[in-house]
Each structure stands twice: as structure tokens, then as C-alpha cells.
Design a protein around this ligand. Sequence first.
Ligand code: GAP
Length: 432
Amino acid sequence: MPIDFEKITSLAKRRGFFFQGSEIYGGLNGTWDYGPLGVELLKNVKQAWWRAMVQMRDDIVGVDSAILLNPEVWRASGHLENFTDPLVDCKECKMRWRADHLEGDRCPNCGGELTEPRQFNLIFKTFVGPVEGDAAVVYLRPETAQGIFVDFKAIQGMTRKRLPFGIAQQGKSFRNEISPGNSIFRSREFEQMECEYFVRPEQAGEAYRSWVRERYDWYVSLGMKPESLRLREHEQSELSHYSAGTTDVEFLYPWGWGELEGIANRTDFDLRRHSEFSGKDLSYVDETTSEKFYPYVIEPAAGATRATLAFMCDAYDEAVVNGEQRTFLRLHKSLAPYKVAVLPLSKKENLSAVARQVEKSLRPHFMITYDETQSIGKRYARQDEIGTPYCVTVDFDSLEDHAVTIRERDSMAQERVPIEDLVPVLRDKLSD
Ligand code: GAP
């Protein structure tokens, strides 16, 4: 049964995953702040991606390019001309809508008549330097990809990588979305995780298919249920201006299926255009055959903030425990914000002293939290709700036997472990 999205957003706000940006001023539509738990979850999603895409591979290297790029980049990439969505206005209530997201031809707010669609460019414009004029205009990047293309030749030279190889980047992107919505699913400022994988043109078809499979498998390897995922190939009419083929990994959000990540065959469009516009030759020379050509590019493009939402939705669960309705975030251990919670059974000083010692011994090894308020049952529930995989309980027996109880989130199984073995035992549990 699909979960109620309201439950996710209210948990996100109540426990500090994410919430409306600039809230005390009434917010700013399409912007979100990530609280203490959200920032950990988002960081863990990005770290899992970086590890799989860069650290575990010999054929992909990373980059962190500037967000502000020379404006010519966006002319060459085609974004200034083509990065548009169809916009319609309601003639009655004046609300604006994305035409391709509407069902029917009337205003969803008041039923009024709509204008003819016109193309609206999603790129945010700003100025460098003290003078606001055409000469000073720059754009906030709408994708991280272009920073990779403009550095392609330099990075290939620095690393001496031969085809096929990739360059990966994570970071903020900005789009002036006509209708941001579904909280962090579609926002105006968000984070992307993109890789441009350069191949010989004749290998593009095979590389494209293998990246589609690889990216689908990545979500499953991090605990996402296969029934929450599907692959959908774009119709010709849906393709971006640079794409010869795109497949979306789609997720079953509480409101229905939607894009999670896109894998595109960008052909040699970007390298050719940047060569043309910059006057710098970005072609590649095959060392063995001396053949010179523009590589094709396969691009797995994921949203870090959107994936954070999808992982939360997929992990959300409710169960009755001891007659009480409870919430669980059954996040993969590597994504969970806290790995371990240390919970003294009571606030009594002799117990606190041992619990604080346990906390001190664990803190250098794991992201942990310490909680001594309210009953132990309530504290377990609080940790289950934010996805903490293990709780370590220090009780009065601990004073005698120098052991503590490890309680596992999903099975609720409990195990007694000597304090001196806690670090290796938890490390073992967290790595399986
Ligand atoms: N470089 C290709 C590119 O940017 P895209 O499909 O427009 O492709 C890639 O974006 C991913 O970025 C999407 O699959 C989605 O996860 C994320 N994304 C795009 N627009 C977004 C928005 N407004 N808010 C949150 N995430 C977004």
C-alpha cells in the first residue's frame, strides 16, 4: 500500500531531516534546509555513490568544478536556447503551471481558462562584479555535467586515462522550476551526482545498456526494494536536446512512479560543441592507431537530494509493537544517520558514568548519539523512527559484568556483549 507522503514530510520536519528553507520569513518556494539528521543521510548517500563510482573503480576519476562557469559554456551546451519547459498562465487566478504536468486543459486551482503554452527557460541568471549589465551576466549551473565537459581535455592529460574512462562530479545545481513540488523531489536548488563516461562511438550502445543495469543495481545494493524501482526508456519526443537515448530509473513515490535518475547517451554533442565554441580541440587521439575522434558520452545522472527522499520513502515502515503503533526507517546501515545509540537504562550517576565511558570509546569509530531521557521503550522507538540500526543499553548488570546489550532495529533481537569487545562487534555488524 502506498504510504501517505504527509507522514514522511512530517517525520522529516519533526526529527530534523529536511524542512522549508527561510521558514521564519515565510519560506522561499522550492528551497529546503537539511537538518542534523538529513545532512548525515544526504552525506551518506553521496559517499555511497562516490565510493561505488570513483573509489572502487580504476576507470573513473573525480572533479569539483566551479558552479559559476563562463557564460559561453551554456551557449555551447544548448541550455540557453533549449533548456525550457512549457508554461501556461491561468487567465482567472493568474497562477502558473507547467503545461506538460497538467491533466486536462483547465486551471487545477480554479478551473479557469489557460493561455497557450510558451517556452520558459529554467536557468537562473546573476551578475559578476559590481555592474549589472549584459557583459557581467553569469548563470547558476542547471547541471553539474558541463563542468566535466569543459575540463575533459585537461583531466585526460593529467591522468593519462585511455578510453573508456569517466569523470564524476557531485554538487549543487539550480533550476528555476515552474512548479517545484513534492518537497525535495523537485526543488529550485538541489544536489546532483553525475558521471560522464567517455567511450569510442561504436561502444556507446553497449556502454549505455551496461550503465542502465549498473545504476539500477546500485539502488538495490543499498536496500531499495526491487518492486519500488523500474526502468523506463524515453520516447523520442521526450529526449533532451543532446540525447540519442535516455532510460530513467524510476521510483514508486507515494504519489506514483517518477524519475530518480536518468542514464543518457549524449553522443559527442557536448565535446563537439565546446570545441566549436571555445576554439580548443577537445577530440581524443588513440595512442595505438593515431586515430583522432570525439568520444561518445554515456551519462548516469542522479539527484542526491531526490535519492535521499526516495531512500527515506522506501525505508518508511509502520508496525505494531507491544500493542503500540510504531514507525521505523529501515535504512541500509551505510545510509543511516546514526549507526549506534548509547542508552543508559537510568539517569543514575553510577550508570551514566559507565554509559559515558562507552560513548567515549565508540565515538571515534562510529557516528553515534547518546540519549538518557524518558523510558527505554520510548528511546528505542525514537531511534527506530530515525533508522539507527543498533542501540547499546547500559544497565545495572553492566556495573557487575562489564557487558552491555546490543539491540538490533529490524529484528529487535538483543545480544549481551563485553564492553571491551563492543567496537569490533559493532564494526562487524555494521559491515555485513
Ligand atoms: N546532466 C543531465 C541532467 O541533469 P536531468 O534528468 O535533468 O539530467 C538528473 O537531472 C537528475 O537530477 C534527475 O534524475 C533528478 O534526480 C535530479 N533533478 C533534476 N531536477 C531536479 C530538481 N528540480 N529537484 C531535485 N532533483 C532534480
